[in-house]
Design a protein around this ligand. Structure first.
Ligand code: PSV
Ligand code: MN
Ligand code: MN
Length: 434
């Protein structure tokens, strides 16, 4: 391939000088885990099977509503975005699928796009619709979403938003996706502006129409977010609204948890437990945050929280309480880093949290919980969280032909510089959501 990191031999060459040390580190960790009755090979096998989808929109430099500072060699088309995703997957071995966003991803030919992705070893994950901004260049969106979309007071706008979501399903079918994620910005900025109950009922009725167009093996992911762009009230503002809507829509609808979409200090891992209890957990948009929907890199701010989310998932899985495998996706905005580096690092952090969660001594935890031994119960979690699982991650990568050190390999490959040579420079300026 003309894309160096996608070339297996190229990666093998970079791995060679690192192999011996990686093997020694892995062996040493294996001994230590054996003392805790943990079989490192079992953990490594589970980590190797783990994957998380990369957002097509995350491959370009993000921005805020104040500015966007584009980097060199940014992707200019969905074909470019897929190449970037293939680079991330080749180096991490953990991101074999890409989650497209329509109409941001303009697809002239679905079969050609699918073939392009397959040739680079990647496929497609959940498709995302976009009725949170206007698309004046697109004939399918003549009406404005300024005052909402699926919950709009005007039935013509609702019909337009419904039709767009159905178009996204058809696009996803052509690409091999199995899910549609709906996030809307609908809400209000002033008390009195919107009728809470009626807006919610209109949303549910619209989503029911979208759901009626789903193929039987598809899932509908309903994503909630506390605020922004609406700053007084948001129609699907929390997991409660999301759950009520998913229950009203039916078995194909589930609730998607974006880690940045909650009030400050909310116990997200507990929301995960509740959605599992309800049989309505769809999956995740991973990112990290400090203040709001910051879309910072997963694990950058609060890796312990990420671990606690995976602890709930592993716990439910072991107990047979996960009715379906959760969908794992990244949803980030990269303002000051090379997006490929951020996505590589995030995929590794998410995998790390999963590996740490696999190390929790669940029998001991359960005994301490039953005995109300708060200190020791917490120690069980801390012991798993503070274990350095890097050798497991590196070995899982090495064994599948990915890079032992993905970030170093990416920099060594000169991929971004090569892109800068062949891709047009994009404009900076005011941001928007991406
Ligand atoms: C909204 O903040 C969101 O999290 C939704 O998932 C959108 O699809 C995405 O961000 C757009 O960047
Ligand atoms: Mn999201
Ligand atoms: Mn978001």
């Amino acid at each position: 391939s003309h894309i160096r990191p996608v070339d297996r031999d190229y990666r093998a060459g970079l791995n060679r000088p690192l192999e011996a040390e990686a093997a020694r580190d892995y062996e040493f960790l294996g001994e230590k885990l054996a003392r805790r009755d943990i079989d490192i090979e079992q953990v490594t096998a589970q980590v190797a099977r783990f994957s998380v989808a990369v957002p097509s929109w995350g491959t370009g430099t993000g921005g805020t509503r104040f500015a966007r500072f584009p980097g060199d060699g940014e992707p200019a088309s969905v074909f470019d975005r897929i190449e970037d995703c293939a680079v991330i997957n080749s180096l991490t071995g953990a991101t074999p699928t890409i989650s497209p966003h329509f109409p941001w991803d303009e697809v002239p030919d679905y079969a050609a796009l699918r073939a392009h992705a397959e040739a680079l070893g990647v496929g497609f994950d959940a498709v995302n619709s976009n009725t949170f901004q206007d698309h004046p260049a697109h004939a399918a969106h003549p009406l404005s979403y300024k005052f909402g979309s699926l919950s709009h007071t005007d039935p013509a706008v609702r019909a337009q938003a419904i039709a767009h979501n159905i178009d996204c399903i058809r696009a996803g079918e052509a690409l091999g996706s199995k899910a549609l994620t709906i996030w809307i910005g609908d809400g209000s900025n002033f008390p009195g502006q919107s009728h809470f109950g009626q807006a919610f009922e209109r949303y549910i009725a619209s989503v029911q129409q979208v759901a009626a167009s789903l193929p039987p093996d598809w899932t509908l992911f309903l994503e909630h977010k506390i605020h922004e762009p609406a700053f007084y009230s948001t129609v699907i503002q929390d997991w409660g609204s999301s759950l009520l809507a998913a229950q009203a829509v039916g078995p194909q609808a589930r609730c998607l948890v974006d880690l940045g979409h909650h009030a400050p200090n909310v116990n997200i891992e507990m929301i995960v437990a509740r959605l599992i209890h309800a049989g309505k957990l769809a999956g995740f948009h991973f990112n990290d945050s400090k203040y709001g929907d910051d879309d910072l890199d997963a694990g950058a701010i609060d890796p312990f929280r990420l671990f606690l989310v995976f602890h709930e998932l592993v716990d439910a899985e072991r107990a047979g309480r996960l009715d379906v495998a959760p969908a794992y996706m990244i949803d980030q905005s990269h303002n000051v880093t090379d997006p490929i580096e951020s996505l590589i690092s995030s995929a590794i952090e998410i995998q790390r949290a999963y590996a740490q969660a696999l190390l929790v001594d669940r029998m001991a935890l359960s005994e301490y919980q039953e005995g109300n031994d708060a200190m020791m119960a917490n120690q069980v979690l801390k012991r798993a969280f503070t274990t350095d699982v890097a050798p497991i991650l590196a070995t899982a990568r090495f064994r599948k032909g990915a890079a032992i050190e993905p970030l170093a390999a990416y920099r060594a490959s000169g991929y971004r510089q090569a892109c800068a040579g062949r891709r047009p420079k994009r404009a900076g300026g005011g941001g928007g959501i991406v």
